[in-house]
Design a protein around this ligand. Structure first.
Ligand code: NAP
Length: 229
């Protein structure tokens, strides 16, 4: 049985990742800020191999605690999914510095730290993979409309981290990818999103399945379409 660790697992894309991997027979380690309130996840524990851990990504000690609990347990896949938009409006005149730093912490620094802490678990598995839910909005090439300073800059920072990891983990045989899920109807994507979570995660699971050391370091969307950095 393969094991996947998923952050932000209580709602949106993270919850759909959990549902689909569980149905595929994987063991899922789901992390979220408030497991006691994660009713959709709790329901899934009745029929599936699902463990739920508390994890607020803004708390580095909490990241270390989860890693301690998992010491010696092999992981096949780490999905760094949790993220925030960082509030609005995000025109330059209204970007609050504290908000901006907090968004950097959650969207860029925390996924890097979590990855660092879980590397020993990933190194226990042949062909382990690490993926990050980033966004086209972190792409320089794709930015045709400006604005969204907080979100764009936090995802651009994440993209730089992903690229470095894909190089640094080559000797470990761990493949790394930057994933854009599409514009999805979730709390973050809003009701005008173009696709639902099921469509996005169906596509992203296939992309992850095809991720290997041959295409490590790719930046692709849920339909395998490459995105320019
Ligand atoms: P969502 O519905 O807003 O869910 C965000 C998830 O992140 C929630 O589980 C939330 O937990 C968790 N989270 C936020 N702050 C956290 C923290 N400090 N510690 C731990 N967990 C935290 O968003 P989504 O649409 O599913 O997005 C998932 C990922 O896809 C994000 O990285 C997002 O940037 C990316 N993305 C989404 C879209 C889209 O159209 N939806 C497009 C491009 C990229 P709580 O419930 O506790 O807040």
């Amino acid at each position: 049985m393969k094991t996947v660790f998923i952050t932000g697992a209580n709602r949106g894309l993270g919850l759909e990742f959990c549902r689909q991997y569980l149905k595929q027979g994987w063991k899922v380690i789901a992390a979220c800020r408030h497991p006691e309130k994660a009713n959709a996840l709790i329901d899934l524990t009745e029929n599936f191999a699902l463990d739920i851990y508390p994890l607020d990504l803004s708390d580095e000690k909490a990241i270390a605690r989860v890693a301690n609990h998992l010491e010696g347990k092999p992981l096949d896949l780490l999905i760094n999914n949790a993220g925030v938009y960082g509030g609005s409006p995000q025109d330059l005149a209204h970007c609050d510095t504290a908000h901006w730093l907090q968004t950097f912490q959650i969207n860029a620094i925390a996924p890097a730290k979590l990855t660092q802490f879980l590397l020993p678990n990933l190194r226990l598995t042949d062909g382990a993979k690490i993926v990050f839910l980033t966004s086209k909005m972190g792409s320089m090439s794709d930015n045709g409309s400006g604005g969204s300073y907080i979100y764009r800059s936090s995802k651009a920072a994440l993209n730089a981290i992903i690229k470095s990891l894909s190089i640094d983990l080559q000797n470990d045989g761990i493949a790394v990818a930057a994933l854009h899920p599409g514009w999805v109807k979730t709390d973050m994507g809003g009701p005008n999103g173009l696709i639902n979570t099921e469509q996005s995660i169906n596509g992203l699971r296939e992309v992850i399945e095809q991720l290997s050391m041959h295409n490590t370091g790719c930046f692709v969307d849920y339909q395998h379409k490459p995105i320019a950095w």
